[in-house]
Design a protein around this ligand. Structure first.
Ligand code: NAI
Length: 249
């Protein structure tokens, strides 16, 4: 399928690593002007240089309203408009049962994984409405946006919240020609997984997928490119799994 984004600007948050990096690469290769954003500014600059195709870098913390507004303003000022945003930045948080879950980790995970998605969606939609051409918001949730897992209450709550936020924003802005969707990846082999799990845990996790393996970031990037493109022109307010059969069981 020929998917092109020539002349279109798309922001990807958390794009210095993992899934965000793969999505930014896929979009840039398909002609988009990508704005690579990350809390790790130097890593964002490195990623933009590596990815090429005119990719721009902008540091910022998605949990901070001023940083998110500055990111959207930067994209519009530098490129003349905003077609899309991929709200991808996310963290894992503490692992503990709910009765012992550290409150500071709850606040941090909700701040980045839920409030961060809200702030990105809010600022991007405002810019898209101003531009008058419509646009696309794509939120990276997780399979944990529709099922639970023991030990990660904040992460699971945030990702379920992202799915709800996606539906409401889609309903509100369909008339503005702005589509809002979410993706639910299962466990994808990225630095986030390597940081939290040893090899034995990763092997056990792989076995929980019907396909008996972890996903690759590029497999999420292909779905992201489709949902961001005009090929998905009748798709809004929905949540799309890329999960190797994890939640079918
Ligand atoms: P990763 O850790 O490889 O990359 C995340 C990036 O986000 C990093 O570059 C990090 O610096 C950046 N980041 C963290 N906090 C930030 C903040 N406050 N503001 C801006 N940038 C920030 O993680 P990965 O695995 O690529 O995850 C990306 C997204 O996909 C996350 O939302 C994650 O929850 C989601 N996801 C990941 C899955 C996995 O198995 N790896 C499965 C399902 C969803």
């Amino acid at each position: 399928m020929d998917i092109r984004f020539d002349g279109k600007t798309i922001i990807v948050t958390g794009a210095a690593s993992g899934i965000g990096h793969a999505i930014a690469t896929r979009l840039a290769e398909s002609g988009a002007t990508v704005v690579i954003s990350d809390i790790a500014q130097e890593a964002a600059e490195k990623a933009a240089a590596e990815i090429g195709h005119g990719a721009l870098a902008k540091g910022g913390d998605v949990s901070k309203p001023d940083d998110v507004q500055a990111l959207v303003d930067f994209a519009v000022a530098e490129t003349g408009g905003l077609y899309g945003i991929v709200n991808n930045a996310g963290i894992g948080g503490a692992q503990a049962p709910t009765g012992e879950y550290p409150i500071d980790s709850w606040d941090q995970v909700i701040g980045v994984n839920l409030t961060g998605v809200f702030l990105g969606t809010r600022a991007a939609i405002a810019a898209m409405k101003k531009g008058g051409q419509g646009g696309v918001v794509l939120n990276i949730a997780s399979i944990l946006g529709s099922v639970g897992i023991a030990g990660s209450v904040a992460y699971v709550a945030a990702k379920h919240g992202v799915v709800g936020l996606t539906k409401s924003a889609a309903l509100e802005h369909a008339a503005d020609n702005i589509r809002v969707n979410a993706i639910g990846p299962a466990f994808i082999h990225t630095p986030l997984i390597d940081k939290h799990m040893d090899q034995a845990t990763q092997d056990a996790l792989a076995g929980m997928h019907a396909m008996k393996r972890l996903g690759q970031p590029e497999e999420v990037a292909d779905l992201a490119a489709y949902l961001l493109s005009d090929k998905a022109s009748f798709i809004t307010g929905s949540y799309h799994l890329v999960d190797g059969g994890y939640t079918a069981q």
